[in-house]
Design a binder for this molecule. Sequence first.
Ligand code: PGA
Length: 241
Amino acid sequence: MPKLAIGNWKMNPDNLEGAIDLAKDEDVAGAIICPPFLYLEEISGILSKAKLGAQDVAPSSKRAQTGEISIEQLKDLQVGYVIVGHSERRALGETDEVINQKIQAVLEEGIVPILCVGEDLDTHERGDRAVIEFVSSQLNADLSGIDSDSELIVAYEPIWSISTSGSGLESTPDEANSTIESIKEVLSKMGFDEIKVLYGGSVDGDDAHQYLKEDNIDGVLVGGASLRPDEFKQIVAYANE
Ligand code: PGA
């Protein structure tokens, strides 16, 4: 069964021309591409095989929110997925309460949220139990009141594993697989049985297949390597296997 390969371009590239080139290069079946808001409209018109995602959304449709983008505006551009609660947004102060509101807003429009969870290095160093307690508390807060039949994706991204975290460390495929197995048990206890759980953190063309061949890992969320089209397409090909 094919797995998911999602590219999170973060705040890249610097100009529209670069974004158009990247989108054309990465327009392959099985890919989900999440460019910056600014390029969504143009890229929506380019993609014919890959699907389109956004990196964030406003927590509600209240119009007076300077600088925010609503779920209705994203839907109008054929966005099918929205990343919510990425650790880089949590680091800016985004709370579980706001993340929960964003998930509700996304689901109400029939769009699929990609909820990011994951622990910091201190928690990781305290061991498996501390990690699961941490992630479980995020999941309980972020999914509070959410219908367990909802279509949503969870991405387990240990913060210390993200390529730009500076730790130089990375969760091994085996370690990620076993944490995701525990995350699925937590989700199942919460009533969410059929949720796909992805791994994210320094996945690249060289090691993607090792993560993707693990039983519990349903796909990968890729940052840095999604800016390198040949590498990203290789990752998508592994996910499609
Ligand atoms: P990375 O980013 O692949 O560059 O580690 C992943 C992410 O932050 O989603």
